[in-house]
Design a protein around this ligand. Structure first.
Ligand SMILES: Nc1ncnc2c1ncn2[C@@H]1O[C@H](COP(=O)(O)OP(=O)(O)O)[C@@H](O)[C@H]1O
Ligand SMILES: [Mg+2]
Length: 362
């Protein structure tokens, strides 16, 4: 089988994201490439450098049977990540990871919470801020509040400076934050307490959930607010990185594990459905669990929390890569018709009856 590895050109990422070293990015790509080789794939690399025509030409040239998708953004815009997989679907190339709708929905931290609410899953109360007329809405929340970029991930733009103790303090800083993140912001009630991650994948047998991990905050200076800031996630030299430790499996009760598993599988089966995802939780002093982040296609570099979780289950990195290749192939097995679906062919041509049915339904 021929597999193409699709990824953002490392130089472009390193320029855009401070702390993200070339070495880190290459380790990640090498790890996937190595595992693809181990399962018998012939591997080619396709880097995306903002030239879509060239990318499409390279995909055609590669004659890949499957694409391992490590694309994070395009034109420096993470919200365009979904468009790359949309393009792969239209090119009818099987690809690993989440489908476009999951990527599009979850990249906006405000949007997916409506689905979660409908499914009875708690998120911290929040307001969306897209322009200065929304600034006053932050008064509705209980303080402290954490303000995050609306359409970023990987803790981009998140540090202790984003936690505010009063509406006044928040309102004073929102203008500057909005200038930096023009797509918008989300102001969310801060949940003090423990933080857990749960990693899930889609397999032929159904959704597989790996052991939960906890991020322990071991700051030497005992901080008032414990969060996984950008430095904690990516800057290996920082105190924040050294003081946030993944413990897997987490030391939690069966009942709490059951609640996390249930919420995660509902989320995965309704809004992710394909590939892999990580759901992040905070638990307050009364043991209430809140979803703070849903991440389709989270970090799967060899040192990532998600990989620690799969290892805790006895899986290797290669087992994971193989499972995702199988999932990619399975997803594209659905027949593709050149002139509409079989179902469409059987339905009568659009006419009077068709329009009547539509208006009756409204
Ligand atoms: N409502 C919240 N209460 C407490 N901590 C939070 C909250 N929201 C985010 N955080 C902290 O900030 C980190 C990054 O936020 P998150 O929403 O996961 O953003 P990203 O998508 O960039 O990872 C979380 O891992 C957590 O430590
Ligand atoms: Mg997160």
């Amino acid at each position: 089988m021929r597999a193409a590895l699709l990824f953002n050109e490392p130089d472009l990422i390193a320029d855009l994201e401070p702390g993200m070293t070339d070495e880190y990015i290459h380790n990640h790509i090498n790890a996937v490439e190595h595992s693809l080789g181990k399962i018998g794939c012939e591997v080619l690399r396709i880097d995306i450098n903002n030239d879509i025509q060239e990318m499409v030409a390279n995909i055609h040239k590669s004659r890949a049977d499957v694409i391992f998708n490590l694309c994070e953004s395009i034109f420096g815009r993470p919200e365009f990540e979904m468009n790359i997989v949309t393009l792969l679907e239209l090119l009818k190339v099987p690809y690993t990871g989440a489908p476009p709708l999951a990527l599009g929905l979850c990249l906006n931290k405000y949007n997916y919470r409506f689905f979660l609410k409908d499914m009875g899953i708690k998120c911290p109360r929040a307001v969306e801020i897209r322009n200065p007329s929304h600034f006053d809405s932050v008064s509705q929340l209980k303080y402290p509040v954490i303000v995050k970029p609306l359409s970023e991930d990987g803790s981009t733009g998140i540090s202790e400076q984003n936690i505010f103790e009063s509406p006044r303090e928040a309102k004073n800083k929102l203008g500057a934050l909005l200038q930096l993140y023009s797509d918008g912001l989300i102001a969310e009630e801060y949940i003090a307490g423990r933080e857990f991650n749960c990693f899930l994948i889609n397999t032929k047998e159904g959704t597989k959930i790996f052991p939960i991990s906890e991020i322990e905050f071991r700051y030497p200076d005992n901080r008032k607010y414990n969060i996984i800031s950008y430095d904690a996630k990516w800057n290996i030299e920082s105190v924040e990185y050294k003081s946030t430790v993944h413990i897997c499996p987490a030391d939690i009760t069966k009942a709490q594990t059951g609640k996390i598993f249930k919420a995660c599988s509902v989320i995965f089966n309704t809004i992710i459905k394909k590939g892999y995802a990580r759901v992040d939780f905070r638990m307050d002093a009364k043991n209430n669990l809140y979803v703070i982040d849903v991440n389709p296609n989270p970090d799967i570099s060899p040192d990532a929390g998600a990989i620690k979780q799969i290892r805790a289950e006895g899986w290797t990195y290669t087992n994971f890569v193989e499972a995702m290749i199988e999932d990619a192939i399975e997803y594209m097995k659905k027949p593709v018709f050149l002139f509409g679906t079989e179902h469409r062919k059987k339905t009568p041509k659009r006419g009077k009856d068709y329009r009547f049915a539509a208006s009756a339904a409204c």
